[in-house]
Design a protein around this ligand. Structure first.
Ligand SMILES: C[S@@+](CC[C@H](N)C(=O)[O-])C[C@H]1O[C@@H](n2cnc3c(N)ncnc32)[C@H](O)[C@@H]1O
Length: 407
């Protein structure tokens, strides 16, 4: 969907050069604590805040989230530091070095420091969500259990935990443990009373008419999608695959919704949101990642609004009773209706029933009766003849909704 881009090696590799950056980050860690105490003064009055849509906000997400209005966004997607606690270098059997995540931004002094950090950004994320809003957080065994506890402690309501099974995981080179082949995404609504967006019917159609399950098989980010610098080095150590965000956003947002990613990295969430006609706001503290994200986002071409039209949930279609077809003149009393392949037939009566031999009843009851079943959807079972063809009466219901302005 989005092409790879090259960023200047000096900028991209600046994230790896630790000396200057480490001190800047240390500073931001210290200021994080300081700013927590200063929070009430820093808070801008809710009414004066506005949503900077389709922009990357530079800086510490805890501070930048505070600038966004209460109850204003539909979804938060967060890919926070995992606190991987990697010790030493990791090598493959051929002794080549594994490009592991050992960046300063992923390091915390202790579990409690990580918990404090999680609580601080998550509380702000919850505040900005609309009452029916929801949040996704992705993580691994290193952090996801701590993240889940904090989510529940803050009042979020867990809807699902999704297992992202990687089709091409990195092996466990030392052979000391199982191959770590998945990550977990927690999907949670703002409160237990929220009614978050879930495009159930679309996701079922997406999955060949099978209810989508909570285990997703997707490859890790590689190939043309992986952003590289001029030297062919990865721009970001943990760039997420667009396929993952595609599924998340298709399932839990609608076109025009506002999606916030407080750990924007190279902007995977923004790139997919832009392509799918969603609004996005990214927060990131590392300038080299921001530069890569901006180039990437400038290349994304949004899908046309017509192509974004989602399947309307059947249960939300307004109810139109069979009798309305008679009232609107779409069917007349005396018309013959047919079962599939015209093996059964029935006559429409003026009172909205249909009659087959000695039996009379609703389209549903008679559909069940002629098939010897307990129940039947008469709208799809019964057909009318037009231009020598059999067409389901459901088409007339659709026309009735059009005429009543209900579609
Ligand atoms: C796991 S990565 C996200 C990668 C991103 N999903 C992608 O596909 O490129 C986490 C990102 O959060 C950023 N980050 C870490 N702590 C932050 C903070 N306090 N405020 C803002 N950004 C932060 C890091 O620089 C890093 O780019």
């Amino acid at each position: 969907m989005v092409q790879s881009c090259k960023v200047s090696s000096s900028k991209a590799s600046s994230s790896q050069k630790s000396s200057g950056k480490a001190s800047a980050l240390k500073k931001s860690k210290t200021s994080k604590l300081a700013s927590k105490k200063a929070a009430p003064n820093k808070r801008v009055a809710a009414s004066s805040k506005s949503l900077p849509s389709n922009k990357i906000l530079v800086g510490n997400c805890i501070e930048r989230l505070k600038e966004l209005p209460d109850n204003s966004v539909d979804l938060v997607f967060a890919d926070p530091p995992y606190n991987l606690q990697l010790e030493g270098e990791l090598h493959r059997p051929n002794n080549s070095k594994v490009d592991a995540v050992n960046d300063e931004w992923d390091q915390f002094d202790s579990f409690s420091a990580y918990d404090e950090f999680t609580k601080a950004w998550m509380a702000e994320a919850r505040r900005i969500l609309k009452p029916d809003g929801a949040m996704w957080v992705i993580g691994s065994y290193h952090n996801i259990f701590r993240v889940g506890t904090t989510l529940q402690d803050l009042g979020f309501w867990i809807l699902n935990d999704i297992i992202w099974r990687k089709s091409n995981p990195m092996p466990n080179f030392k052979g000391t443990r199982f191959c770590n082949a998945h990550e977990t995404l927690i999907w949670a609504s703002k409160t237990g009373k929220s009614r978050p967006t879930f495009n159930y019917d679309s996701m079922k159609a997406f999955n060949d008419d099978l209810q989508m399950r909570s285990d997703w098989l997707l490859p890790i980010c590689n190939g043309g999608e992986r952003l590289k610098d001029n030297l062919g080095k990865k721009v970001h150590p943990t760039q997420k695959p667009e396929g993952l965000l595609y599924r998340v956003l298709m399932a839990s947002t609608n076109p025009g919704d506002v999606v916030v990613d407080p750990f924007f990295g190279t902007g995977t969430t923004g790139a997919v949101a832009k392509a799918l006609g969603r609004q996005w706001i990214g927060i990131e503290q590392d300038k080299s990642y921001i530069e890569a994200a901006e180039i990437r986002l400038s290349k994304v071409r949004p899908v046309s609004p017509e192509d974004l039209q989602a399947l309307k949930p059947k249960r939300s279609a307004p109810r139109v009773p069979f009798g309305t077809l008679l009232e609107l003149g779409l069917l007349e009393a005396g018309t013959t209706l047919y079962g599939p392949r015209a093996k059964k037939s029935a006559e429409v009566r003026a009172d909205g029933t249909i009659q087959c031999a000695e039996q009379q009843g609703s389209i549903h009851k008679m559909g069940a009766y002629v098939q010897g079943l307990d129940a039947c959807n008469g709208w799809t079972y019964w057909h009318f003849k037009a231009d020598g063809e059999l067409k389901p009466i459901d088409l007339l219901r659709h026309e009735a909704r059009n005429q009543l302005g209900l579609n």
